[in-house]
Design a protein around this ligand. Structure first.
Ligand SMILES: Nc1ncnc2c1ncn2[C@@H]1O[C@H](COP(=O)(O)OP(=O)(O)OP(=O)(O)O)[C@@H](O)[C@H]1O
Ligand SMILES: [Mg+2]
Length: 356
């Protein structure tokens, strides 16, 4: 297989990557659940949020600020829209990187209507001064607008109508505690169970007017890395295959054959994931090996290996990050159908990490 042929728009990297782009964004809008009842999985967050919103509605008040944290593609943006819909409120959407100056934030805050939902995506990437302005806005519904510069500058307090801030972050740990503490409710989104992803797939298939049976949905769900965005994307690619190569109906066989074409394996690993594992096992005997060496071996940037391939491999228990480098687990050997050449860690005087 030609390692360079990644220009195709269905390149496997994009197929299982959890970040949305291009075609995704348009389809995602169409597939988004519109209310809490339609939102699949995340039982805990859903139940808790339902209480928060119902109680606020009953009091005729604006809902408390909500922080949603979790990996990309798990439904944070979707939930923020649901919050607005459930409160019958308009929603304003912006993101941390878009707010570089406190003035940008002041402009947004001062134009909010009463009860409006302000969705701040990637809230951990906001600038410091904007963050400090946000503290006050969240707590006192007030901002100080600074007029002038230097010693003559004056702060003019500006009252804000009550609003609900919904912050989303993939990195809750990066939020400064004073910011985190100002949210009345924090929902942590978990990866989805295969059964939940099956429901996501059936729902999406229905909306896309695609025929799929239970086994076909299960096949796709099992390879979706616990992520609805990936499940929807794989479904669309399998639909293409079914249309071109079969009668358009997706069953287990069609799903498996299609995903084979796209090089997504039975566990959801793509070509890059497998290349990393393969290099680690075949070239470095299972490790430990440094990240940079591993990246060179697969012809990728360090960051790509670290941020795109590794998180999933670690989560799947196929790879471990140790102070001495990357190490393959016994499961990695099994997954690639290889027999360990020697036990990992052996021959360097170090205790064996996995007791093999
Ligand atoms: N619980 C769910 N039920 C059904 N579909 C869902 C669910 N959660 C997410 N999806 C689908 O997955 C797609 C991605 O969700 P969303 O954009 O909300 O993720 P996100 O957490 O905001 O990701 P990112 O961190 O990349 O912004 C949406 O199009 C939506 O259709
Ligand atoms: Mg989002």
């Amino acid at each position: 297989m030609n390692w360079d042929d990644t220009t195709d728009e269905t390149a496997p990297e994009r197929l299982v990557g959890s970040v949305a782009d291009g075609e995704d964004q348009a389809v995602e809008a169409a597939l988004r659940p519109k209310d809490l009842g339609e939102f699949i999985g995340q039982e805990k967050v859903r139940e808790q949020l339902d209480l928060v919103l119902r109680a606020a509605r009953a009091r005729g008040a604006t809902a408390d600020h909500v922080l949603l944290s979790g990996a990309p593609g798990l439904g944070k943006t979707t939930l923020s829209m649901i919050i607005a819909a459930e409160m019958g409120a308009p929603i304003r959407i912006t993101s941390g990187p878009a707010i570089q100056h406190a003035g940008d934030l002041a402009a947004i805050l001062s134009s909010l209507q009463e009860g409006e939902v302000l969705f701040l995506d990637e809230i951990h990437r906001m600038s410091r001064p904007a963050e400090e302005m946000l503290y006050m806005a969240m707590e006192d519904f007030r901002v100080d607008v600074i007029v002038g510069k230097g010693p003559g500058a004056t702060a003019i307090p500006l009252e804000l109508p009550p609003f609900t801030l919904v912050g989303a972050t993939t990195r809750a740990g990066l939020l400064p505690p004073p910011l985190r503490d100002r949210f009345g409710f924090t929902g942590h989104m978990e990866f989805y169970e295969p059964a939940e992803l099956e429901r996501v797939i059936h729902r999406s298939a229905n909306l896309l007017d695609v025929e799929i049976d239970t086994a076909g949905a299960a096949e796709i769900a099992g390879r979706s890395r616990g992520t609805p965005r990936i499940a929807n994307r794989l479904l669309r690619r399998v639909r293409d295959y079914a249309q071109v190569k079969a009668d358009g109906i997706i069953d287990r066989e069609i799903a498996a054959a299609a995903l084979k074409v796209y090089e997504v394996d039975g566990r959801g690993l793509d070509r890059l994931d497998r290349a990393v594992l393969h290099a680690l096992l075949k070239l470095f005997g299972g490790g430990p090996v440094g990240l940079s060496t591993l990246a060179v071996a697969v012809g990728e940037e360090r960051e790509t290996v670290e941020e795109v391939a590794e998180p999933f491999l670690v989560r799947e228990g196929l790879l471990a990050r140790t102070p001495r480098g990357r190490v393959a687990t016994p499961a990695a050997w099994t997954h690639l159908g290889l027999t360990p050449a020697r036990a990992p860690g052996q021959g360097n005087g170090q205790p064996d990490l996995f007791g093999t």
